[in-house]
Write a protein that binds this ligand. Structure first.
Ligand code: FEO
Length: 404
């Protein structure tokens, strides 16, 4: 169903209630593929949707205009979840002009025979007047693909932001105020942080630079329409501030203990560790990797200034679940976080040592040495865990103070 986000501007996307695996990124709440139609003198489509949902967006278009009336198709981002139904759309309006960045065009050629279409390359500052509305294109390379751009609708002060400011969340709500009314501010913030941590964490510096560039252009933003999740019509400045804060290194004064265990030895250690951390006045969350989507563990890592990784030793190495988590984390190039490791072992050890090797590859602030116990913690070992928790929390507080 088409939903008006402003007079003559409509959300015509699709809700994917059932998806849980998004190219390996677990999304427990599903997602949406948002795209938008401007019904003006020259009808303009902003983005398409994942190919599975081509029929849905075509049905939504047909509820407003005949698809053959579309004169312009703006492709802000060529990733498969947004551009793979382009050929279905172009089949219905083959003479429409596609507006895309240079790198977007190069990518599009790998998916479609674009020689059949009128493709116009655009760059930052280029505009397109379609009647009452003028579109301004802003390239945002590496946010989060080389081809990415955003489109600003001048008269309505709307930023169509492709993946930026989005959330992987299927919901009956289309707008931020609706969502908050039905759920809560914290649920919405949580979805923003989850998306940022799992997709945009590597690009903090680019985000700061690009937001500064948009502000320098003097663009007044009253509504942000991303390609996933809810549309920001009441709190667009809130999500911009959240992005600037996260890009600037913001984290809670807290510790996430993220662990896995073979025969409970490592798991038992988490309790005195958490007690020691809390007794230093620092909040603590404990996340067991095998019981938690890895994307949630990434989000909790990102929320906290400090993280303790717990792993048993298996064949002189980390547990595979812990190795998987740290491998994924390394790809996200985390910054401004302090880490340590602990775990139980039975023979020669090695899991904790491996965790520190991963930390060093990531260039994180490290508290060494970690803590290892043989098989299962004795009462003396539990005291050592408590003391290590206190020591780690003190280091987290010192490190956290740099950011304030
Ligand atoms: Fe939602 Fe980068 O695609």
């Amino acid at each position: 169903m088409a939903i008006a986000i402003r007079p003559d501007i409509y959300w015509i996307g699709a809700i994917d209630w059932g998806i849980r695996d998004f190219h390996g990124y677990e999304i427990p709440r599903g997602t949406t593929y948002n795209n938008y139609l401007i019904v003006d003198h020259e009808v303009t489509l902003l983005d398409t949707v994942k190919y599975d949902f081509a029929e849905t967006t075509i049905r939504n278009i047909k509820s407003l205009v005949e698809p053959s009336a579309i004169r312009h198709v703006v492709i802000n981002h060529i990733e498969n979840d947004h551009a793979t139904s382009l050929d279905r759309i172009m089949g219905l309006t083959p003479t429409a002009t596609i507006h895309i960045t240079e790198r977007g065009k190069k990518g599009l050629e790998r998916f479609f025979d674009i020689s059949q279409w009128d493709v116009k390359v655009v760059k930052t500052g280029d505009t397109l007047t379609i009647g009452k509305h003028t579109l301004l294109f802003i390239e945002t390379p590496m946010l989060h693909w080389p081809d990415s751009m955003m489109t600003y609708i001048k008269e309505e002060k709307i930023l169509v932001s492709q993946d930026g400011f989005g959330q992987h969340m299927a919901s009956a709500a289309r707008f931020d105020d609706e969502f908050i009314h039905g759920e809560s501010v914290s649920a919405l913030e949580d979805a923003v942080v989850d998306y940022y941590a799992n997709i945009l964490m590597p690009f903090g510096q680019i985000i700061k630079t690009k937001i500064a560039e948009i502000q320098k252009l003097g663009l007044d933003i009253e509504l942000i329409a991303p390609d996933h999740g809810i549309v920001w019509r009441q709190y667009p400045q809130k999500v911009i501030k959240m992005y600037l804060d996260m890009a600037g290194g913001k984290a809670d004064l807290s510790v996430s203990i993220i662990y896995d265990t073979m025969w409970q030895g490592t798991e038992i250690m988490t309790v005195p560790l958490a007690e020691g951390i809390k007794d230093e006045g620092v909040e603590c969350k404990v996340i067991k990797l095998r019981a938690t989507p890895i994307s949630t563990a990434v989000k909790e890592f990102w929320n906290s200034r400090g993280c303790l990784i717990g792993t048993s030793t298996l064949n002189n190495l980390m547990l595979p679940s812990v190795a998987h988590f740290l491998y994924q984390l390394r790809g996200l190039r985390p910054k401004n976080r302090i880490v340590g490791a602990f775990g139980a072992y039975g023979w020669g050890g090695g899991g904790v040592k491996e965790a520190y090797e991963e930390f060093k590859k990531m260039g994180l602030e490290i508290v060494e040495p970690g803590l290892q116990v043989l098989y299962r913690p004795s009462p003396e070992d539990e005291t050592k865990c408590y003391e290590f928790g206190k020591l780690f929390a003190k280091k987290v507080k010192e490190y956290h103070s740099i950011f304030h």
